[in-house]
Ligand binder design. Sequence first.
Ligand SMILES: NC(=O)N[C@@H](O)C(=O)O
Ligand code: NI
Length: 162
Amino acid sequence: MREIHPEPLTPEAFAPFGDVLDATGAPDRMINQGLCGRFHDRAKLDFGAEGRAGLSIFKAEPRRFPYRLDLVERHPDGSQAFMPMTADPFLVIVAPDEGGSPGRPRAFLTNGAQAINFHRNTWHGVLTPLAAPGLFAVLDRIGATPNLEEHWFTDPWTITPA
Ligand SMILES: NC(=O)N[C@@H](O)C(=O)O
Ligand code: NI
């Protein structure tokens, strides 16, 4: 059984795969008469030449550990951002591309105050909440192409805390 242990999500570790939107530390600017900190323009959004931005709500079933990972996917035509609407940590799964197929996946656990944005064509697991109601705002590309490539692992991975 091939095991993966989740790592804490940090912008540095996630950089090869996408952006982490994290409201820790000092904001980039104070707005609204000094009553709001703006962490400005923190994601590289990409909807391609033929697409447009779409903002959706996902209500996903919570998953549990040990989590069986048998599928990763990617969106060749645009980025995809998962922004939780609750303060529950969720699981973020990515994998490097190795000649058109995913390499060894990596799993990250958010701290409950983070959102993520997968860059275009990044192999990732589908939205994976760990608590109900699994509510997320999702910003991704809407367009005429399917914008989806799936890879099923013949030998699934098991994600479980160390
Ligand atoms: N298919 C869809 O809208 N969502 C997936 O892309 C996902 O990453 O959850
Ligand atoms: Ni996706």
